[in-house]
Design a protein. Structure first.
Length: 344
């Protein structure tokens, strides 16, 4: 195995002391220009890099940001692959501008129960947290330690914590208005409810329906409070036995929406002929399925989080670093006028 060059090797090559090498490479001390140039040439020729662990022990900084996000895998119905990858791309590109590294922590939202001390072992200078890991109390405990924190897609965070969210309400209002303009009045909402985004989307649906003078059927109520995305299978099965079906579904995310389209098709219900379907996130799955969906700028969410990390590390306060990013409805061929409206 090849031996990595050490600071002693650089000192010998440059003909100076180890202390001089350390000072020059760390921008400390007063040295002649010729000495500094000789040290840097020696370090470059040897491909020498300071030991990151030793440097972090000396400075108390790791130059690394922890990112806690959803596990990226293929079988998860929620289709967070697209969102997670775009989110990570925005974070990594944003942090790379300041030459920071990323340490990825990944768990499923339902695993939860993460101890705040999980992030306090000295491996990172700050953390970016997607929802699902820390409880509200756990987040408050972590914030109290002074560790710079940026939360993603979470409401009601402590003052010391920065946050980046999306405008769920305007997206759902746009979806409801789109369906109403097409002639729909029997519009149901189908979603899990385990995080702030889903709860905000559900409340926005209820508010938007009321604004249009519409009241969701009580028979549809259970479909809006699923525990997990996969529960959409049972929800659609139960919906098939109702005396009156909705003519449109708004789904909490694209994973639920694409599964709903598949299940409806299996039961002979045409989309959008018999029932219109709208998703949320505008994932790759939505675009492939020609699904109307609310686009959320996941990459911009990540880039904004990276910018807030830098601001926090420079001394900004959490409440000074807050953003709610806009969304927009992308209309495609999964939504259309209801059959009775078309006189079919």
């Amino acid at each position: 195995m090849a031996r990595h060059p050490t600071i002693n090797d650089v000192a010998r090559a440059a003909g100076v002391s180890v202390g001089t090498v350390s000072n020059v490479l760390n921008g400390k001390g007063r040295h002649r220009d010729t000495t500094r140039a000789r040290v840097r040439r020696a370090a470059a020729s040897l491909h020498y890099r300071p030991n990151a662990l030793i440097r972090s022990l000396q400075t108390g900084k790791t130059n690394t940001v922890g990112v806690f996000t959803w596990r990226v895998h293929t079988e998860y119905l929620g289709d967070w692959r697209n969102v997670s990858l775009d989110l990570l791309r925005g974070i990594s590109e944003g942090l790379s501008r300041s030459a920071r590294d990323v340490l990825l922590y990944a768990r499923h939202p339902h695993e939860g129960g993460v101890d705040p001390a999980y992030f306090l072992d000295g491996r990172v200078d700050a953390v970016i947290l997607a929802p699902g890991g820390l409880s509200a109390d756990g987040l408050a405990q972590l914030a109290a330690t002074g560790l710079p924190i940026v939360t993603l897609y979470q409401a009601g965070v402590p003052d010391a914590v920065a946050s980046v969210r999306i405008d769920n309400a305007s997206g759902i209002r746009a979806a409801v208005s789109h369906l109403v303009e097409l002639g729909h009045s029997r519009i149901a909402f189908v979603s899990p409810g385990y995080n702030d985004d889903f709860r905000e989307r559900r409340q926005a649906y209820l508010d938007a329906m009321a604004e249009h003078g519409l009241a969701p059927s009580q028979d549809w109520e259970p479909f809006g409070v699923m525990e997990r995305e996969i529960d959409v299978v049972g929800a659609i099965e139960r919906m098939m036995h109702l005396p009156e079906l909705p003519t449109a579904l708004i789904c909490g995310n694209d994973g639920v929406a694409t599964e709903a389209v598949r299940l409806l098709g299996d039961r002979g219900i045409e989309v959008p002929g018999d029932m219109s379907v709208c998703g949320f996130d505008d994932s790759e799955a939505a675009r492939s399925a020609d699904l109307t969906s609310v686009y959320q700028p996941a990459e911009d969410v990540g880039a904004t989080a990276a910018r807030f990390v830098e601001a926090l590390l420079d001394g900004a306060k959490g409440h000074e670093c807050r953003a709610v990013l806009p969304v927009r409805l992308m209309t495609r061929n999964s939504t259309g006028a209801p059959r009775e409206q078309r006189g079919v």
